[in-house]
Design a protein around this ligand. Sequence first.
Ligand code: ADP
Ligand code: MG
Length: 309
Amino acid sequence: MKAPQSPETDLIRRFFARGDRPAEGAIGIGDDAAVTRLPPGTDLVSATDTIVAGVHFPAETAAGDIGWRALAVNLSDLAAMGATPQWALLALALPDAEDSWLGEFSAGFFELAEQHDVSLIGGDLVRAPLSATVTALGSLPAGAAVTRSGLSPGDLLFVTGVPGSAARGLDGLLGRGDDDAGCRRAFLRPVPRIAEGISLRGIASAMIDVSDGLLTDAAHLARASGCAIEIDEAALAGASVGHTGRALSGGDDYELLFAVPAGHEPALERACANWSCPVSRIGVARQGKGICVPGFPLDTLSGFDHFGD
Ligand code: ADP
Ligand code: MG
């Protein structure tokens, strides 16, 4: 006897299975697991991140923005390795399966996916408080990944975009500060710097995406590399909007923080000629450990912890 199709299968078919074949020889949504194939000489690059309502975004955020964001934060991790994204899996937990919500969520998700030729090849759907876990998969020429640990004293530090924008946007959304439409969009629809990350292969000595705030993520780079990082407060103020404090500690920007050995700026200039975002030099790596911002009282930042460990 044939079992009736479950509503879950119906929802997956209507909102997530787009029928795009991932590639020759590959298997996407509809089987027990997805199958993908990489050419010889390539490395598989994988990242997964969960976003939870009320923790990573305000509970009342529009479904389309949540769909975009769930994928964006993961593509940003691939960008930070210099990888080309290719596939994604989506595990979605939602309290009730409303068609209008799912339609908007999947539209936001696929809007970003299509910009980067990312195929959704599988996932899961469960009834639970709202959260979305995406696993993003991509590739690189073997050995070409840009890691957090390649920083050397003397390397120059750069950041893409306008640091602090997303934190300012979130403050506006929560009624805690001035409401700027561009900053709100920076929070709601972060743009993963995929092309930028790819063009930094072979040029950047180290790279990370800024998800938890510039200071915290710079500290990750410094710790992984066994270096200190000095941030130039005036340069950062020139690159950011509003308070330097927010540019240092505000999260959710999903920009790239990367280093280039001194003297290699011409290669960077060629690489970034076609970028669609600004890039600013904001610091330098030094011998030692931890982060310093000469002239800026770091202990005034809420959430500031000692970064010297
Ligand atoms: P199983 O019980 O074998 O895990 P499911 O019914 O959960 O199967 O999923 C059926 C197919 O649909 C699988 O290929 C799975 O990867 C895919 N899938 C499930 N949920 C999603 C989703 N939210 N987005 C994309 N694909 C999904
Ligand atoms: Mg399943």
